[in-house]
Design a protein around this ligand. Sequence first.
Ligand SMILES: NC(=O)C1=CN([C@@H]2O[C@H](COP(=O)(O)OP(=O)(O)OC[C@H]3O[C@@H](n4cnc5c(N)ncnc54)[C@H](OP(=O)(O)O)[C@@H]3O)[C@@H](O)[C@H]2O)[C@@H](O)CC1
Ligand SMILES: Cc1cc2nc3c(=O)[nH]c(=O)nc-3n(C[C@H](O)[C@H](O)[C@H](O)COP(=O)(O)O)c2cc1C
Ligand SMILES: Cc1ncc(COP(=O)(O)O)c(C=O)c1O
Ligand SMILES: [K+]
Length: 514
Amino acid sequence: MRPFLRKTHLMTRLFFTHHSFSNSTLIIPQSSRSFQIPLFNIPHGVFRPNSSSGIRWFSSKSRVEAMQNLEAISYLSQREAAEVDEILMGSLGFSVDQLMELAGLSVATSVAEVYKASEYKRVLVICGPGNNGGDGLVAARHLFHFGYKPSICYPKRTAKPLYTGLVTQLESLSVPFLTVDDLPLDLSKDFDIIIDAIFGFSFHGAPRPPFDDLIQRLTSLNDYKEANQRSPAIVSVDIPSGWHVEEGDISDSSFKPDMLVSLTAPKLCAKKFNGPHHFLGGRFVPPSIVNKYNLHLPPYPGTAMCVRIGKPPQVDIAALRENYISPEFLEENVDADPIRQFRKWFDDAVAANLREPNAMSLSTATSDGKPSSRMVLLKGVDEDGFVWYTNYESRKAHDLAENPRASLLFFWEGLNRQVRVEGSVQKVSEEESEQYFHSRPQGSQLGAIASPQSSVVPGRHFLINKYKELEDTFSNGSLIPKPKHWGGYRLKPELFEFWQGQPSRLHDRLFSSL
Ligand SMILES: NC(=O)C1=CN([C@@H]2O[C@H](COP(=O)(O)OP(=O)(O)OC[C@H]3O[C@@H](n4cnc5c(N)ncnc54)[C@H](OP(=O)(O)O)[C@@H]3O)[C@@H](O)[C@H]2O)[C@@H](O)CC1
Ligand SMILES: Cc1cc2nc3c(=O)[nH]c(=O)nc-3n(C[C@H](O)[C@H](O)[C@H](O)COP(=O)(O)O)c2cc1C
Ligand SMILES: Cc1ncc(COP(=O)(O)O)c(C=O)c1O
Ligand SMILES: [K+]
């Protein structure tokens, strides 16, 4: 296998003249050593200058960090967990209600990240007598509002107002409460998810009735898993109930949850958890606790209430699929003017708060038909066509010079929608490019100058150094000139296809050729 080369955004003559990857004696006019960089990151476009610290990653940094920090997690002993509890609710001024609300919300959001309500609707929450059970009651309420259909089994109720209030809230939502006797002995058919909120970190000894029986019913579900038969996913809150809080499933005879949601920080037994989904919740740990217990915890991404920890799940790629459920999209619903129809769907994508709704795949081809695709950002659309900006010496630009036709593809995943647009392409006027170039953030303007798009460069330092030089040059606020080789393209559409996903792959596809 060849080593990775670092390309940027401009295709050099070298590349264009087909001294390409297919040629084993690739001649590159720089030291060959500098090309042995086993990297995948993209030199420009994913970072933005930051006035104080140079480069700031622009992509979802904390999620990436969280994925990379999997090794560094720390675990609490049973005593430490109880101490943290006391400190939070003592000197740090939290109430148990607050912590339980946040813990239960973390559990519900973790469940929703892995098990979609459309497929895993029927949830049984089994609640124990302590705070772990309380977390389960809170999670059930949030899951109801997320579109799940929870039922509760709460055989040993606590008479405190916090718990009676949680029960009343669920009853007001008509969430059914089932007794142990109401539950089938075989839990495999009636539920898609079972949330184990029986015991948390204060569990000790062997489970007493009626929880011993409930834990046994969960354990029986292992047989279905071993036989590869469908059975409910088991989600344990903080501790898999019946497991020793520090040693795990000592007798190796209890159930093995599919998902564990550790709260505050994982307890020692979580080291023995081998299931596919380990999440951390309880986004309330202040620095004083982190420092006192020397906690290494991954950052929560964005505003999330939970973060995946542990190994990434092993997925069966062939089994990954969505069943699209959308309103019908019929001939009578489509606007006769495809550009207006596009605008309508684009507005829907914006209203749905989708990330980068203007990101589109642009496919071009050489004159002898070699296709290539990449993402670009739509920067304008009207009767004249679809506009994007790029480097006129890039690979796509070379393709368009010899074959001025292209296809655009938008995929708005959150709306089950796809739009294809095909047509001929022209450069926009210099004035239009000038105007757009100067509307961009200063960093993007400098980036466009610094980055010889699509060419091979010696390393990231090459781009950073060029960028820094340019930053110095223009630090006095003078106008940054648009490079000659940077500008826009406009695709004049000839064909549109509007696609809306439907169940069983019977999608709606309406197309229009102009
Ligand atoms: N920062 C935090 O700390 C946060 C903590 N939070 C949550 O609190 C959980 C800890 O809650 P917790 O302390 O109330 O204990 P928990 O484990 O639910 O149950 C104790 C009950 O079980 C009983 N019991 C014990 N052993 C038993 C047995 N063998 N067989 C039968 N029963 C047995 C015991 O009865 P006892 O033995 O005392 O008679 C008592 O009634 C924690 O894991 C997390 O989920 C979050 O809400 C917010 C942030
Ligand atoms: C979401 C997204 C948006 C992008 N937008 C643009 C863009 O508007 N213009 C551009 O030149 N490159 C953009 N890029 C980078 C291109 O995908 C590509 O790496 C670059 O243009 C070089 O492509 P080429 O070598 O095929 O010409 C974007 C990348 C992503 C992931
Ligand atoms: C290389 C490159 N050029 C241009 C753009 C479009 O950026 P802007 O919105 O600043 O015009 C992007 C966006 O990702 C990009 O990666
Ligand atoms: K539990």
